[in-house]
Design a protein around this ligand. Sequence first.
Ligand code: GLN
Length: 454
Amino acid sequence: DGPSDGSAGPDGVHAFLHVDADGALAAAEAADRAIAEGGPVSPLAGVPVALKDNLTTTDMPTTCASRILDGWRPPYDATVVARLRAAGLVPLGKTNLDEFAMGSSTENSAFGPTRNPWDLTRVPGGSGGGSSASVAAGEAPLALGSDTGGSIRQPGAVTGTVGVKPTYGTVSRYGLVAFSSSLDQIGPCARSVLDAALLHEVVGGHDRCDQTSVNAPLPPVVEAALAGARGDLAGVRVGVVGELSGEGYQPGVLAAFTDAVRTLGELGAEVVEVSCPSFSYALPAYYLIAPSEASSNLARFDAMRYGLRVGDDGERSTDEVMSLTREAGFGAEVKRRIMIGTHALSAGSYDALYGKAQKARTLIVRDFTAAFETCDVLVSPTTPTTAFAIGERVDDPLAMYLADLCTIPANLAGNAALSVPCGTSPDDGLPVGLQVMAPALADDRAYRVAAAYE
Ligand code: GLN
């Protein structure tokens, strides 16, 4: 049992916004029956899974941790949710997030923050802090998140769990409430690399309901995780990205990362230094592109079609009701993004802001392409710091955005990346994540390396 009333739950973590105990029990019993009948069942049949609350579900609310969706019930399941159900997994409930997945700490939720199970005074990362914290706290063995700029990997790193951002387009976004459509990607959160791979194969693969879905076979990630678990990385070339470590990184994070790189070498990998000079543009480019797309995607919350409607007294105009609803329904960060995005897309600024960000994005893609000519995978710390204190960065958006420094390049380029736990920082005893990045459609390489390391 867990909270379905928005409380923090018995352990004070507040990973869930909604728990569907009855639904979960029924799904678990159905999976038991299928197993008893000896029919073909998925290896994960009967396993509970927590769902980030920006995935649509017909039998549970979908809030995106926003007031603006108050009372809305989606008429359809997200493709990933439908696939989970078909494979006999047990949806447990909906997990907390930064409102509309905008944030790096889960503090931007309209329903209160989630806390890091390692230290309840610290954030669990974001935006998918609820999903990662539910796995770290042992409340769910598996969870799904969405990663637009790091929201699966960054919370994974700071909660000591595995988080995967698959190649863009390889897991359907149908039923994921859109934030930044050219960056958004659903992926697994788990306690081990193999668990993540098993969930990845249940939800991944082509879907004709998503126009950006890649019509190619899903990389063999389970096979790769099993192969990696033998612990042999002979012949694998690992590139350490020079630009993603050094100044601004906590010494304890760098110490754990250096140890991890040494271990990869001991497992037989050939470790080389690589340079990706354009990665320095990733953060500013992302914080123009993501808000631009968000300003367009969030235009649908117009007080007419979904959830909340404020001030509709029969006297006010549609425009007045829309603006009163948005004023009351959106939190400060969402409003900030809509304003930045609208400005970046406006006629007078388009070339100088949005257009320039797209050029930077192309340079980042080229850096990846060049690096993958000499390396099979690239590695970096997943985050520059361990989990920070609740409240520490809420009034400083730029400090908050820095949490995504290492994760954003993979979203801009669309390639695969994951975070695997790499011990704790000697500074504060908190978990550190190792990021493994692979070319698009070579997710299996990242799984193999991470499983060998783990
Ligand atoms: N923290 C980043 C942001 O605020 C990434 C969010 C995400 O991946 N959903 O936009």
